[in-house]
Design a protein. Structure first.
Length: 238
C-alpha cells in the first residue's frame, strides 16, 4: 500500500481467526475460509500471516509473538487482538463453587501490562503495532451460551441478577485497549465502535452472543478496507 505497509502478521483469537457458531448443525464451532482479513485482502493485496488461535487469551498470544520475533520475523506491521476470552471466567469452576473467588482468565491489570509489552516488543523488532477492539457481546445470547453444560443457578448466583455485568466487564477490556493506544501513540482500529454505530449490531453476531456471523465478518472486512490504508508505518528508530 502507499502507506508503506505491505506485510502484516496477526496475533489474535477466534475473532480474527474467523470462527462462527451455529452455521453448521454438525459442529458447534467452525472456522470459515473467508475471515474478515481474508475478505478485505481481496482489495488490499497485502501479505497477511494470520497466527490467530481459537480460544487464546493475551498471555498465550504474547508467547506466540515472542516465538515469531525470536525466529527473525520480518513484516511491516502487526495486528494485536484480544479481550473477549481475557474478560471471561472459567465457567466450569464457577459452576462448581460460585462462592469461591474467581478471576477472569487474564485479570485486567495483567492484560494492560501484557498489551504494552507486546506493543514494545513489536516496536523493538521494527514492526508497527496496530491494536483492535473486539465486537460487543449480545448479553442474553452469551449468557445462554456460557450456561450450556453448566450449573445455570450457580452462574446466576456468581454474576448476580444483572447479566449485563458480562457486557460491562468486556467493555472494561475494550476501554483498556483504547487507553493503551492513546497513551502510547499506537494506531487503533476501533472495531467495537464500528459495530455499535450500526443500526442493530446483533444482526452481525452469532447466536452464541460473541462471535461475528458471516455478515459480521463481511462487515469487519469493510472496516479493514477503510482503516488499514490509513495506518502509518512507524519509523525504524521509534
Amino acid at each position: 500500500m502507499e502507506n508503506g505497509i505491505n506485510s502484516i502478521i496477526v496475533w489474535g483469537d477466534s475473532i480474527l481467526k474467523g470462527v462462527v457458531s451455529g452455521e453448521n448443525e454438525s459442529k458447534r464451532f467452525e472456522i470459515i475460509e473467508n475471515d474478515s482479513l481474508t475478505l478485505a485482502n481481496k482489495s488490499l493485496n497485502l501479505e497477511i500471516i494470520n497466527k490467530s488461535v481459537f480460544g487464546s487469551f493475551l498471555s498465550k498470544i504474547q508467547r506466540t509473538q515472542l516465538r515469531d520475533i525470536n525466529k527473525g520475523l520480518t513484516v511491516d506491521a502487526c495486528i494485536i487482538e484480544s479481550g473477549g476470552n481475557d474478560a471471561d471466567y472459567d465457567w466450569a469452576l464457577v459452576s462448581q463453587d460460585p462462592d469461591a473467588p474467581h478471576t477472569t482468565r487474564c485479570p485486567l491489570p495483567d492484560f494492560e501490562r501484557i498489551l504494552l509489552e507486546m506493543v514494545n516488543a513489536a516496536r523493538n523488532a521494527n514492526i508497527t503495532p496496530i491494536l483492535m477492539t473486539a465486537p460487543p457481546l449480545v448479553c442474553p445470547w452469551w449468557f445462554k451460551n456460557i450456561c450450556i453444560g453448566q450449573n445455570q443457578a450457580a452462574i446466576e448466583k456468581f454474576i448476580g441478577s444483572d447479566i449485563y455485568s458480562l457486557y460491562r466487564r468486556q467493555e472494561l477490556y475494550s476501554l483498556k485497549i483504547a487507553e493503551c493506544a492513546r497513551n502510547n501513540g499506537v494506531q487503533l482500529v476501533d472495531m467495537r465502535a464500528a459495530f455499535l454505530e450500526t443500526p442493530d449490531y446483533t444482526q452481525l453476531i452469532c447466536k452464541d452472543g460473541i462471535h461475528p456471523n458471516l455478515k459480521g465478518y463481511e462487515f469487519m472486512a469493510t472496516v479493514w478496507e477503510k482503516e488499514l490504508p490509513k495506518i502509518k508505518k512507524e519509523p525504524l528508530d521509534k
